[in-house]
Design a protein around this ligand. Sequence first.
Ligand code: FMN
Length: 202
Amino acid sequence: MIDPEVQKARNMTFEINPVIVSRWSPRSFVSSEISDKDLFSLFESARWAPSSSNSQPWRFIYAKRDSQNWNDLFNLLIDFNKQWCADASALVVIVSRKNFENNNQPSLTHQFDTGAAWENLAIQAVSQGLVTHAMAGFDYVKAKTTLGVPDDFEVMAMVAIGKRGPKDKLSPELQARETPNTRKPLSEIVMDGKFGIKAKSL
Ligand SMILES: Cc1cc2nc3c(=O)[nH]c(=O)nc-3n(C[C@H](O)[C@H](O)[C@H](O)COP(=O)(O)O)c2cc1C
């Protein structure tokens, strides 16, 4: 069942698994704890993503709110993101191994593979009644040193995870943005055989 809020905001051309369209990135969180079971189920779902040669380049560095490491992750964020994710239940920095482990050759697809893992995590969160919000708005250089990320790994993104909170917790500016957004039409992103050639049936 698709939530009426999502149904209203998001038009689909074809019917898909409701959990996919139900994932969106709210900014209001209820200040609450997340259990290891709930959090690690998200990592479990990420673990089953496909990757080139099954290289599994993804790594997840997490801090739960009120934990010793929370401030290390939180303080990496730009002020815009700090203002809304202070009540998230966990922050996760996702890093990706640039070279294959077996031969140390560069992987052309490590970001692609790690992106797939993040989406698994985000979709699983929906089915657990949780929300996720990915962020690029943080200090990537400082993240590497603060979190002790080795040089053969690249910092990809940070994710706030938690329980969705009421809209009115946010500033008026952010309240106006607290709604599922939409997407480019399929006719713009799908090409028939050659770049720029639209599919006739779209
Ligand atoms: C890699 C990445 C970085 C993002 N960085 C930020 C960010 O720093 N701050 C923010 O508020 N939202 C950020 N977003 C959220 C996107 O704006 C959001 O995913 C996009 O508008 C699509 O909306 P939806 O996730 O609600 O479907 C980021 C999303 C991704 C995937």
